[in-house]
Design a protein around this ligand. Structure first.
Ligand code: ZN
Length: 141
């Protein structure tokens, strides 16, 4: 599981010229993905004419964010609660990005852990050379 997430992070980085530091650029990474539409919780609440509080507490599966895949349009809808702290938002976006990159189309414990693992790796990653040294080290254990 871990190796799979790590490899996906590395692929994302090597294919992405924008982000030198994902912790600062996670918004930009997500914004630039063509098949992902992002919505703030307040935007959804406004659209359905309900209070943000009600959306956050009674409708959304998480108070932080969620992602839904729309197979008809072949795109992902990413929702996040913009009232949380900047750090929480960053982690949420990275977590939801994990669901997208890892193509999670259903909700289960394994996918949640994998998305957390992805987020941790992308936000707090080792420099790439250290990463490969670590992999070599583990292989030789
Ligand atoms: Zn999740």
């Amino acid at each position: 599981m871990r190796a799979y997430c790590c490899n996906n992070c590395v692929e994302l980085y090597t294919g992405h010229t924008l982000a030198e530091n994902a912790a600062n650029d996670i918004h930009r990474i997500v914004d630039n993905l063509k098949n992902v539409k992002i919505y703030k919780y307040s935007e959804v609440a406004k659209r359905f004419n309900i209070k943000s509080y009600d959306f956050e507490h009674y409708i959304a599966p998480s108070e932080y964010g969620c992602t839904i895949y729309d197979p008809k349009k072949g795109r992902w809808l990413l929702f996040y609660n913009e009232t949380k702290s900047e750090e929480s938002i960053r982690f949420t976006l990275a977590h939801e990005l994990g669901h997208i990159i890892l193509k999670h189309t259903n909700d289960n414990e394994f996918n949640e852990r994998e998305a957390n693992c992805f987020a941790r790796n992308i936000l707090y990653r080792l420099p790439i050379n250290d990463f490969y040294s670590l992999i070599d080290y583990i292989r030789n254990m």
